[in-house]
Write a protein that binds this ligand. Structure first.
Ligand code: DGJ
Length: 723
């Protein structure tokens, strides 16, 4: 059971496995003392470490002691020369904020954050600390939640203008974690379109380092996440700290090493392109950051993240619900289709066992390519004479459910919507609008735009009878300005956009609880914990090549669960890489995530169609395991030619093992792969080979893997406990 202990000047958050300790310095500055394995008790003397010793031997505060004090919510301008968490323009134009302790309150459970996604649950305790700046009246309420069932601290801050004049918050991060030394490796996820979330690991260096997005979304290029790992930490052993932001917009994730060799982790909304006006009495709520501590290496850290999202963040309606196996029309038809062709594809998919057919881009306005029609969400009657209503009906008659694609946050300059409402998009007056993929971004922070989006999405869902919606978003922000805000509030746009997006997602997912929403942003460009609060799955990447997907899914799994990764078998040669890989391997990789297809089933051979039926059956046979199991990475595609991972059921009676080889190796011997997470005392049957092994043998000696010949060969095994 998690508990929060207040003893003298100390606040100790403790669960079975972790402790987080803070203390009040003389004068009331909130210091950070400890985050790590659970401590039985903490001595208040730990606070004195940052103080000097006077001539009479007593401890004393020195002038610039803040520069080496480990702090919980530091600002700039009081002597701490490091990057801080908070910056405010006070009414007199100065920006120093001196936050001192005012109140503490311990709550059962966890309050929701207004307008923002956040972890939830009753099996947790929350500490609310109020800090106040006596001179400006500014107040910061810091929330710290500790959970019974995960090694996680969830944090956020609310900044309130307690003065009688207007103030502007210019930086309000969600998390600052000061660590006493910097002997850590920093791990970030970096990438690009079709190459999302590559793992990058390097030792911390003096100065500032990390990841950031100013794209308007969490982005293809990086992720709102970082980890610190000891140099000897590997997948299974050693200390690792993980931090992630439950947010989908611009962010800053830094680990900075200062002059005294200490490290400071900072995480929150990026402060460039950000400022937020507060009238007297108003508050600004930061997104939530979560902090994980693991002694079981990076694998332990990832499983803690996955467990947290699964039990405390993902939509409860969907989290444990097996998803229908879908077939998406994008790579099957792109923009080139009509009603008969789509129905034909759906029929062929149904015959192969698929359960949901998704009509992707191209069904609305006059959209024959990506140059027109975003915003005109009415059926293109040239292609669909009976509209999406009849398309939906005819698709359902083939025996599958119907799903549809939309990109509701966007507008094409060549559209009725743009002609009617040019003022709704993000642009700077007097500047040529900058298009990307021939489109502009609607200002989703504008309540009129939110209502428009709600209306077109709900009308589309009702009209088509769709039980699935793919919500796409395909460009970054540029020319960042909006007609909906006055001059002095333009820098509120990026955050207001995300708040607007969350408000619409909230309304839609409440009003259509049985519609399965899948997120997408040119692939995985907004695949983050913020979106996972609303959508239970996200299209992991536009790259469907099996070998590329090994890297992408392996990297993504560092902090996001495989059960949320949209992952499809596509045709060969692959449309993104031109590579030809075996159908079995494409399946082995795709079925590790939220499984489906991205191909024209009519073009498959009878043998392949038969194989598809077996694949759908396999997917459903392993549904529960894949949704609820613990994920273990075994061999890294970033370190060698092979990728291996496995998922183990909570009761350790079942497991799914996947091994994919990159290039075929001549004159090779079978590979010995050490499995993880099994029960050493049990015996396991490998269903595909009929062999039986002890759990101890599989984990300590290894499973002898004889791969088929050829590039991108794979093995996919179900293991079942037999005693
Ligand atoms: C980008 C997505 O990632 C693709 O899957 C597809 O939906 C296209 N957009 C459609 O324009």
């Amino acid at each position: 059971m998690a508990e929060i202990i207040r003893e003298g000047n100390l606040f100790h958050l403790r669960s079975a496995r972790i402790s987080y300790v803070m203390g009040l310095m003389p004068g009331g500055t909130l210091a950070h003392l400890y985050f790590g394995p659970a401590l039985r008790q903490v001595n208040e003397k730990a606070l004195l470490r940052h103080m000097g010793v006077a001539a009479d031997g007593s401890f004393t505060l020195q002038g610039c002691y803040l520069d080496h004090l480990a702090q919980e919510y530091p600002s700039f301008g009081l002597g701490d020369m490091r990057e801080g968490a908070l910056a405010v323009e006070a009414p007199d134009g100065t920006n120093a904020v001196d936050l001192r302790f005012a109140e503490a309150e311990i709550l059962n459970g966890k309050p929701a954050l207004p307008g923002l996604p956040a972890t939830f649950g009753e099996d947790c305790k929350t500490l609310r600390l109020t800090l106040r700046d006596a001179r400006t009246g500014l107040e910061a309420q810091l929330l710290y939640t500790i959970f019974d069932d995960c090694d996680v601290i969830a944090r956020s801050a609310s900044i309130r203008n307690g003065s009688a004049e207007k103030m502007t918050v210019t930086r309000a991060l969600s998390l600052c974690l000061d660590l006493p030394e910097a002997d850590w490796d920093l791990i970030t996820l970096n990438g690009a379109w079709a190459r999302e979330r590559e793992i990058n690991r390097r030792h911390l260096m003096p100065g500032e380092q990390g990841a950031a997005s100013r794209n308007g979304a969490s982005s293809l290029q990086t992720s709102p996440f970082l980890a610190l790992a000891r140099p000897n930490t590997d997948e299974n052993m050693g200390e690792a700290l993980g931090a992630a932001l439950v947010y989908s917009g611009n962010f800053l994730a830094q680990a900075n090493v200062g002059q005294y060799g200490t490290a400071r982790v900072l995480l929150g909304i990026h402060d460039r392109d950000f400022a937020w006006q507060l009238q007297p009495g108003e508050s600004f709520q930061t997104p939530e950051a979560v902090l994980i501590y693991s002694r079981e290496g990076l694998g332990g850290m990832s499983r803690a993240f996955h467990g947290l999202w699964q039990r405390h963040l993902l939509p409860p309606r969907w989290v444990n619900t097996p998803r229908p196996v879908l077939l998406n029309s994008w790579e099957a038809a792109y923009f080139d289709f009509d009603e008969d062709k789509l129905v034909d594809i759906a029929r062929s998919a149904a015959e192969a066992g698929v359960e949901l057919f998704v009509c992707d881009d191209g069904w609305f306005g006059h959209r024959d390519d990506d140059t027109t029609s975003l915003g005109d969400w009415y059926s293109d009657l040239r292609k669909l004479p009976g509209g999406i209503r009849r398309l939906g009906e005819r698709v359902r008659q083939t025996g599958v459910q119907f799903g549809i694609w939309m990109e509701p946050e966007m507008v094409s300059p060549e559209s009725d919507l743009y002609r009617a409402h040019p003022e709704w998009c993000i642009r700077i007056d007097g500047r040529e609008p900058i298009t990307a993929r021939n489109q502009l971004t609607l200002d989703v922070g504008n309540p009129q735009v939110q209502d428009f989006i709600y209306d077109v999405v709900s009308t589309t869902l009702r009209e088509s009878g769709a039980t699935y919606l793919k919500w796409d978003m395909n460009r970054n922000f540029s020319n960042i300005g909006t007609a909906a805000l006055p001059r002095d509030r333009q820098k509120e746009l990026p955050h207001r956009y995300i708040l607007g997006l969350y408000a619409v997602m909230d309304r839609l997912t409440r009003d259509f609880p049985d519609v399965l929403f899948e997120g997408c942003a040119s692939g995985g460009g907004r695949f983050d914990p913020g979106m996972l609060y609303y959508v239970p799955q996200f299209w992991c990447s536009d790259n469907t090549d099996a070998l590329s997907r090994c890297r992408i899914q392996y990297g993504t799994s560092l902090y996001l669960p495989t059960s949320a990764m949209g992952s499809h078998v596509s045709a060969v040669p692959n449309h993104q890489t031109g590579r030809v890989t075996p159908l079995e391997s494409r399946f082995a990789v795709a079925v590790s995530g939220c499984f489906g297809y991205e191909l024209d089933p009519r073009k498959l051979t009878e043998e392949e169609r038969q194989a598809l039926r077996g694949q759908v059956a396999f997917a459903h046979k392993t549904d529960k395991l894949r949704l609820t199991g613990a994920f273990y990475r075994l061999l890294s595609p970033f370190e060698g030619n092979d990728t291996a991972w496995m998922t183990v059921s909570p009761d350790q009676k079942e497991a799914l093992f996947t091994l994919v080889r990159g290039h075929a190796l001549p004159n090779d011997v079978p590979l010995l792969v050490k499995l993880r997470g099994l029960c050493p005392e049990r015996r396991y049957l490998v269903e595909q080979t009929g062999e039986i092994y002890g759990g101890d043998e599989l984990m300590y000696s290894g499973l002898c893997c004889q791969l088929p010949r050829g590039d991108a060969a794979s093995l996919l095994y179900i293991l079942k406990a037999v005693d």
